[in-house]
Design a protein around this ligand. Structure first.
Ligand code: ADP
Length: 361
């Protein structure tokens, strides 16, 4: 009996539930077994794993977050932690795994894959009676789905959750604009995104922000003068308020944290204006998923199962160029598979470039 496990890990994002739903329903539709792994890698290690049925995933696409729970788990970073996790999988004959999470979670999945055969040999050598010898040497098939509001995975044009987060950011800033106009105030607003400026930049365009600070930019020495000139120019054109957006991962030239409070004080040193700071915080991650995130989750979940259970012309599990570990990505409007290895290499390269300020503007 083929079994597929599905889990969410790392930061939650709206639309993950749609992906879980599609994985479960497509697996069951093919008459295979599906397991819900609860609370991320922590639940995989401790065996918080339940068999899913058709109604386990009813009425969930409209709910944000992950209904099976997610977590950050340091134990999984160790070989022993991954061995405990693999043992739970071997005992259930669960050799197909869908991991929905950010680049950290996908890196964890890759480590499990790297250790899988060695762990298997050790488990059989230890003589665990729950293991079926027929499964000795069985490979792990792995598919990753990028669920992250940050949209920071270079190989997919969209990750699940970023559209909902942007929707929430725009809605919140629209609300701030109304009060800002009445009092002619300047609002400096911090948005999420970690080291990636996608949320800051794209929301900035959508809400007609006057200035956006994003982590990939290199700050000029005279940034504060330039900012205030820009604010004064638009005020002269009749604008009664200003919106400045700042991505959470912004740093100054010395690599020090650069936040809304600092921007506020620099403006106040140069202009007579009322400045307020707002951090949108976890509101950006919560709430109802947008249509796009629901659809993306469903498409990615369905394609994850299709990829996991792909067979060759003789009906045997397909072992192609992907090394049995791939990521479901969106390119334009099309779903594509990429090898997990390649995706993680590119993410690492991109992160390095950001760290060393080597990004094309
Ligand atoms: P995200 O998946 O949202 O990027 P994290 O970076 O916090 O979130 O990663 C989520 C979890 O994935 C970690 O708590 C850990 O259990 C696992 N993980 C991340 N990096 C590694 C790694 N290098 N080796 C093993 N597990 C990892």
């Amino acid at each position: 009996q083929v079994s597929v496990g599905v889990m969410t890990s790392g930061g939650d994002s709206p639309g993950m539930n749609s992906a879980i739903r599609a994985v479960v329903r497509e697996t069951l539709r093919r008459n295979y077994r599906c397991y819900l792994i609860r609370e991320g890698y922590a639940g995989l290690i401790s065996g918080k794993i339940d068999e899913a049925n058709w109604s386990s995933v009813a009425n969930i696409t409209h709910i944000g977050g992950s209904f099976i729970g997610t977590s950050r788990c340091d134990e999984f970073r160790t070989y022993d932690g991954r061995k405990k996790a693999a043992k739970q999988m071997y005992e259930r004959q669960m050799f197909n795994l869908v991991v929905i999470g950010g680049d950290g979670s996908l890196t964890g999945a890759q480590k499990l894959k790297e250790d899988w055969m060695k762990i298997g040999e050790e488990l059989f050598a230890e003589g665990n009676i729950k293991l079926d010898v027929a499964n000795k040497g069985r490979e792990l098939r792995l598919v990753g789905i990028v669920g992250s509001i940050d949209n920071d995975c270079i190989e997919t044009d969209k990750s699940i959750g970023s559209d909902s987060a942007l929707h929430r950011i725009c809605e919140s800033i629209d609300g701030l604009v109304m009060t800002a106009q009445s009092h002619q105030r300047i609002f400096v607003i911090e948005v999420m995104g970690r080291h990636c400026g996608y949320l800051a930049l794209t929301s900035g365009i959508a809400v007609e922000a006057d200035f956006v600070f994003y982590p990939e930019m290199s700050l000029e020495e005279n940034w504060a003068d330039k900012l205030c000139q820009q604010l004064e120019t638009v005020r002269k054109l009749g604008k009664r308020h200003n919106i400045i957006i700042i991505g959470e991962g912004c740093k100054n030239a010395k690599g020090e944290k650069f936040d809304a409070k600092l921007v506020k004080s620099e403006i106040e040193n140069r202009m007579t204006a009322e400045v307020r700071t707002v951090s949108l915080g976890h509101l950006q991650r919560g709430g109802t998923p947008t249509f796009l995130d629901r659809l993306l989750g469903l498409r990615m979940g369905y394609n994850a199962v299709k990829e996991l259970l792909r067979v060759d012309k003789d009906g045997k599990p397909f072992t192609g160029s992907q090394n049995n570990a791939s990521v479901i990505c969106l390119r334009g409007h099309t779903i594509k598979q990429q090898s997990l290895d390649k995706v993680l290499r590119k993410v690492e390269q991109a992160n390095d470039e950001i760290k060393h300020g080597n990004v094309e503007k």
